[in-house]
Ligand binder design. Structure first.
Ligand SMILES: Cc1cc2nc3c(=O)[nH]c(=O)nc-3n(C[C@H](O)[C@H](O)[C@H](O)COP(=O)(O)O)c2cc1C
Length: 313
């Protein structure tokens, strides 16, 4: 399969494994890259030297292209960017911040830069900042999300209509059918997070992986919009957030309830009650923990099968 995205990253399939805090370390990223997609190490939950270790291990585990996802709210961002350059990383996906801040710096070092956006306005800003492609992420997605609440189904064609650079679609895609639908709507490739969070190589705690298998439609909700909107599984912590909302809380009170390290507690340490569990709506379609390679291969097989059967419509 050859298109703008496979050529941009020199990969076999236009499938990107989204960078995910506490979930996508070198094991998952290298497994996806070895299977023909593009694996991304999620730097957002790593101290700079931990990221260096993951990059070095990833280089040993695969000779295929891989990248690093950097949420730009990161406090040690300068160190993170220096390590990325020092270690010779060739692809960076930035998110949660202004694409102008780091794009030139990275491009001057010969790095391919992609920025994650949740709206047409931000897609245009990213294009103007000089990125090579945008990920447009819809409301369905796991993890942090835009305040606009625009769905993937509507966001793809609206972004496609406005920008000239390649468009990667994210949010709610976990199957070959989903990938095909995104590409019919105009996406040049897809970024998949939740489906890869529930794989053998994901560093999510097993308690969290098992929880993902039980999630049905309606079991997640986009909340904490005053801080940074995030889609969470409705567990005890989520219920406490909702109860607090009934009391018309101040931002400080919400921050106090959130506290520190909730995401690590839930997704990495497996505390299903007190921790934050980030997953997308597509979790309702995830029924098995499989190796990343099998997930990717089944997505491609279904994509090809359904694409052929569409001819009879
Ligand atoms: C557990 C989890 C953690 C995530 N962490 C990040 C992150 O650190 N940076 C980022 O840009 N996106 C993050 N995301 C979003 C993914 O990279 C991806 O865009 C999204 O999951 C796609 O939607 P899907 O979950 O429906 O596949 C995260 C998603 C999940 C499920």
């Amino acid at each position: 399969m050859q298109n703008k995205i496979t050529k941009l990253f020199n990969i076999q399939y236009p499938i990107i494994q989204g960078g995910m805090i506490w979930v996508s370390g070198w094991k998952l990223a290298s497994a996806v890259s070895n299977a023909g997609g593009l694996g991304l190490i999620g730097a957002g939950s790593m101290y700079p030297e931990v990221l260096r270790e993951h990059i070095q291990k990833c280089k040993k585990a695969t000779d295929k292209p891989f990248g690093v996802n950097v949420p730009m709210l990161y406090p040690d961002i300068e160190k993170i960017m220096d390590i990325i350059v020092e270690e010779g990383v060739k692809i960076v996906f930035t998110s949660a911040g202004n694409p102008k801040t780091w794009t030139n710096f990275l491009k001057e070092k010969g790095i391919t830069v992609v920025h994650v956006v949740s709206s047409v306005k931000f897609a245009l800003k990213a294009e103007a900042a000089g990125v090579d492609a945008v990920v447009c992420e819809g409301f369905e997605a796991g993890g942090h999300n835009g305040r606009e609440e625009t769905t993937t189904f509507t966001l793809i064609p609206m972004v496609k209509e406005q920008v000239k650079i390649p468009v990667i679609s994210a949010g709610g895609i976990g199957t070959g059918r989903g990938m095909l639908a995104a590409m019919v709507l105009g996406a040049d490739g897809v970024q998949i997070g939740s489906r890869f969070a529930a794989t053998k190589e994901s560093s999510a705690h097993d308690n969290f992986k098992q929880t993902i298998l039980g999630v049905k439609d309606g079991d997640t909700h986009l909340t904490l919009k005053e801080l940074a909107p995030v889609r969470l599984v409705k567990n005890k912590f989520y219920n406490e957030v909702q109860e607090l909302y009934q009391q018309n809380p101040s931002i400080e009170e919400i921050k106090e309830l959130l506290g520190r390290a909730r995401a690590k507690k839930g997704m990495f340490e497996g505390d299903l009650e007190e921790g934050e569990l980030e997953i997308g709506q597509v979790a309702g379609l995830i029924h098995e923990i499989k190796p990343a390679k099998e997930v990717l291969e089944s997505i491609i097989a279904e994509f090809n099968e359904v694409k052929t059967s569409m001819n009879s419509l």
